[in-house]
Each structure stands twice: as structure tokens, then as C-alpha cells.
Design a protein around this ligand. Structure first.
Ligand SMILES: [Zn+2]
Length: 492
């Protein structure tokens, strides 16, 4: 098949051709990059008895074991394995594994070809994972990978329709070696659209970020749902104008629909007209992120992925079996376009409700497949000993969603502790909330208990009502890199 030559052409390519493109790209990647240059995957292929020369495409991935966060952590903490996931070519490996034409081009290309090789393979940048429970894992990018990320985010700007030459975009993601901040920054560099970083609450502070709004009159805001809502609400208090804002792009966490409504209310109070709020999905291990098409009612439409840059499988989280199209399961990701730190068959831990849909998108007409917007962590159910008898499973993120959605709740925090701080006592679940101004404070505790019980089958032991200022401090909205929504004070 002829490869689509542009992003636009890619979005008009038939499903069959997109699948073929992914197969070809993956096969070439495995034979010429991953197997030759990744110590980890060379071992994985050999142990699984999979001959890379006979590897034929996406369907063959199922012959390989998964890669997990533990694999990455283990490699990182063992000095002799530290670079096992990084592609590291050598003259011998190139000689052994590359096809003749590619080797010849390298020889004939002289110094220019050698420099191009360095550009493709020598890392010059890192981002880190931000897991709550484990050590951060570093992911290396080469200049080539930064080009790939820039391209992916330029596509994202197009998908979310932040494309007008007069766009003025405020990037609220915290200054950090994390994917989100750099993705938006690089997207601005690549597309030539104005992106101004505020660094989030910890760097410029909320009020500082809002002063930036006065100078810039932004057309688009990019940030985490929690901080963005906080900023909009504070903007209403200070009388900040949001009249030019047309698009809000949220990332790093999922956004419950009720929170979108609260944001729209603030935006309208700040003078905004029609605003479209869209979600994105991305993770450090992919070194990439994807966005959904805007919709008129701000409902979620699914994240458009790029079959020429990466491959998603949906698997049964228990058996690991690859599931048919459109079925709910865990997302598994394989890089097919990267160098630096590369993973294939990486278990994201994200359950995708409704799986991946191929075919024409009813919103934008692109043929690019979409990941269903509703994602849940596979392992986000926590065991709590709420009674002396047995552990109770509690889905904290469902609890957070429920609280964020509630009209009566301005801000919230969930705290786990031991009763009376006694390590031998039962666990205690406390919900702290700052009620909205117009909420009936006498009824809110009971209302929260009922809602949480309905959503998660567990009611909190205690609902504490706090003033907004107090709770914002406890959340670390202005001081922490990421607000502290869930606090676990139980002894480890
Ligand atoms: Zn679309």
C-alpha cells in the first residue's frame, strides 16, 4: 500500500489500510530497531522463541509476554540492566541486523549519515512517571523522539480544534520533568501557536496565573481538571475575564461530567461564550498523548489514536487474552515509532470501557480509531479494614468522581487513617469537603454519605465540613505539584 503522506491523508485512510500500516510499521520496528538494539526485548523474543524475522504484525504481539511497571522498575534499579529498555545500536549490531540497503545508505552517506544516526538514537531528554506508590521511572527521548512527540501533539491541537492563527494558549501543567507540561510546550513549538506556561499553582500561583490571563486574554486553557476548576473559580472571585476562552483541554486525570458543568458555570460567569471542554489521555511510557474531538454538548467522544505511531491492544486483565474489537478490557501499548526507552505490550493498568472503535468518527469524519473515553484503573480498588472482621474493597477513584460531580461540593479530600491513630485499630475513612456557597450545610454530610454509599457501597465514617481556604491548604493547591486528593495516614 502507499503510505499516507500527511496527517490529513492519514485521517482519510481506510481501516484496512490503517491496520496494514500499523502491521508494516511494527514489523519493521521489531526487526530493525527493537530486537537488534534493546537488550530487554532481545531476551524476551529469544525466551519466547519468537524469531523477529518471522514476526508479521500486530497479531503476533500476542506471542510475547506483557511488559509491566515492575519490569521497568527492576531494570532501573539494577545497575547492569539500567539501559535494557533503551535502544542502543552499535556497529556490530547494525551489521548483524539491518537490511543491506540500509547499511549501504549508512556507508555511502558518510559523516551526514552518521550524524543522522546520532540524532535518531542518542537520548537528549527524559521525563519521569509520577506514580503514587512506586519510584519514578525515567523515559529517555532522542531528538527523533521529540520530533515524534511534537508531531503527536500538533495532531492533538488539530483534533481539539485549537488551530486558529490567533490562538493564545495558557499551559497550566506544572513545570516538571513530566509528559504533560512538555507535550503542550512542544505542541506550541511545532504548530507555531502561542503557548504560555504558568507552571501551575506551585510556580506562579493561582493569582499569578490569573494575572497572566489579564495580559494574554487566552483563547484556550490546558491543565489538570482539579487545578483548572480551582483557577476558574478563583478567577470569578477576582473578576477575571474569560471572554475569549473557546476551548479547555484537560489532561493527566479524568474529568467527571459534573465537573465540566461546574467549569462551564465559572467560564460563563467570567464572560465566556460557547466553550468546548475536551479530554486527553496519555502516559509517560508511551511518550505521547491523544485527544478527543470536541462535541457540542461537551460529552466525551473517545481519544483518537495514531496507528502509524503506536499500537493498542485491549486484553482481558485476568487472562491476558486479546479481546475482540469494541470489548471492554485493559489497554496494552506498543511503541512502533520511537527510539530511546521503548516498551511493547506495556500493561497500562487502564480499563477501557467499550474498548477501541474503528471506523469513521461521527464528530470529525476522521477514520482514526478511538479509545473509549471511560477509563478506570484496573487496580484502583483498595482494601480497607473498616470492621475488625474482614477487609472491604473500596474504589477510591469512584469515590473522588462522585464527590467532584456533586453540585453541593466545591472541593474535597479523602483521608484514610486508623481510628484514634492506633495502629491496631480499624481503618477509618474521612471525607473532607468545602461546600459550595449556596449549599445547605445542615444536610450536606448526610447527602454525601448516601451518594458515596450508592456509588461505592461504602459510607465514610466521618464527613468534615471545612472552609474553602482551609481545604485548599490541605490539598496543597498552591504548594504541591499535584493536589493531595487522597491522603493515607495509616502506618505502612
Ligand atoms: Zn473525531
Amino acid at each position: 500500500m502507499a503510505r499516507p503522506t500527511s496527517w490529513k491523508a492519514l485521517g482519510q485512510t481506510s481501516t484496512a489500510d490503517l491496520k496494514r500500516l500499523a502491521d508494516e510499521q511494527l514489523t519493521r520496528f521489531v526487526r530493525e530497531e527493537l530486537y537488534p538494539f534493546s537488550r530487554h526485548y532481545r531476551r524476551v523474543f529469544d525466551e519466547a522463541g519468537v524469531d523477529p524475522r518471522k514476526f508479521g504484525g500486530v497479531a503476533d504481539l500476542a506471542r510475547l509476554p506483557f511488559t509491566t511497571k515492575q519490569d521497568l522498575l527492576r531494570a532501573q534499579t539494577t545497575p547492569e540492566n539500567r539501559y535494557d529498555f533503551v535502544l542502543r545500536p552499535s556497529p556490530e549490531l547494525i551489521k548483524q541486523h539491518w537490511p543491506f540497503a540500509r547499511k549501504l545508505a549508512l556507508v555511502l552517506g558518510g559523516a551526514g549519515a552518521r550524524e543522522a544516526l546520532r540524532y535518531r538514537y542518542t537520548p537528549n531528554f527524559l521525563t519521569f512517571t509520577t506514580g503514587r506508590s512506586s519510584e519514578p521511572v525515567g523515559f529517555a527521548y532522542t531528538p527523533h523522539d521529540l520530533d515524534v512527540l511534537s508531531e503527536a501533539i500538533a495532531r492533538m491541537f488539530d483534533v481539539v480544534q485549537v488551530t486558529s492563527p490567533d490562538e493564545r494558549i495558557v499551559n497550566l501543567f506544572p513545570f516538571a520533568p513530566h509528559l504533560a507540561f512538555w507535550a503542550v510546550t512542544l505542541g506550541g513549538f511545532k504548530t507555531g501557536r502561542l503557548v504560555v506556561p504558568s507552571g501551575g499553582g506551585k510556580v506562579m500561583g493561582t493569582d499569578g496565573s490569573l494575572r497572566l490571563f489579564e495580559r494574554l486574554n487566552p483563547t484556550a486553557i490546558v491543565g489538570t481538571p482539579g487545578f483548572t476548576y480551582h483557577l476558574l473559580r478563583r478567577g470569578n472571585e477576582l473578576g477575571t475575564s474569560f471572554q475569549n476562552v473557546r476551548t479547555v483541554v484537560l489532561g493527566a486525570e479524568k474529568t467527571p461530567p459534573g465537573l465540566k458543568d461546574k467549569m462551564l458555570e465559572c467560564l460563563r460567569a467570567g464572560g465566556a461564550g460557547k466553550v468546548r471542554i475536551v479530554g486527553t489521555y496519555g502516559f509517560t511510557e508511551a511518550r505521547m498523548a491523544w485527544a478527543e474531538c470536541p462535541t457540542d454538548d461537551n460529552s466525551s467522544s473517545g481519544y483518537h489514536v495514531h496507528p502509524d505511531l503506536g499500537v493498542f491492544e485491549v486484553v482481558d486483565p485476568k487472562t491476558g487474552a486479546v479481546l475482540p474489537e469494541g470489548e471492554t478490557g485493559e489497554l496494552v501499548y506498543s511503541t512502533i515509532s520511537g527510539h530511546g526507552t521503548c516498551v511493547i505490550r506495556y500493561r497500562t493498568g487502564d480499563m477501557c470501557i467499550g474498548g477501541i472503535q474503528w471506523g469513521v468518527c461521527p464528530h470529525c469524519g476522521r477514520t482514526l480509531p478511538r479509545i473509549a473515553s471511560e477509563l478506570r484503573r484496573v487496580s484502583e480498588t483498595h482494601a480497607l479494614n473498616l470492621t475488625k472482621i474482614k477487609g472491604t474493597l473500596v474504589d477510591l477513584s469512584a469515590m473522588g468522581q462522585t464527590l467532584a460531580e456533586m453540585r453541593e461540593v466545591e472541593e474535597w479530600q479523602v483521608v484514610l487513617s486508623k481510628r484514634n491513630d492506633d495502629p491496631f485499630e480499624v481503618d477509618q475513612l474521612e471525607v473532607r469537603v468545602a461546600p459550595r456557597k449556596d449549599a445547605d450545610r445542615s444536610k450536606i454530610a448526610e447527602l454525601i454519605s448516601t451518594r458515596l454509599h450508592t456509588a461505592t457501597e461504602v459510607a465514610p465514617n466521618k464527613v468534615t465540613l471545612l472552609e474553602l481556604d482551609e481545604l485548599l491548604k490541605l490539598l496543597g493547591m498552591e504548594t504541591a505539584m499535584k493536589e493531595q486528593r487522597y491522603v493515607d495516614r495509616r502506618p505502612k
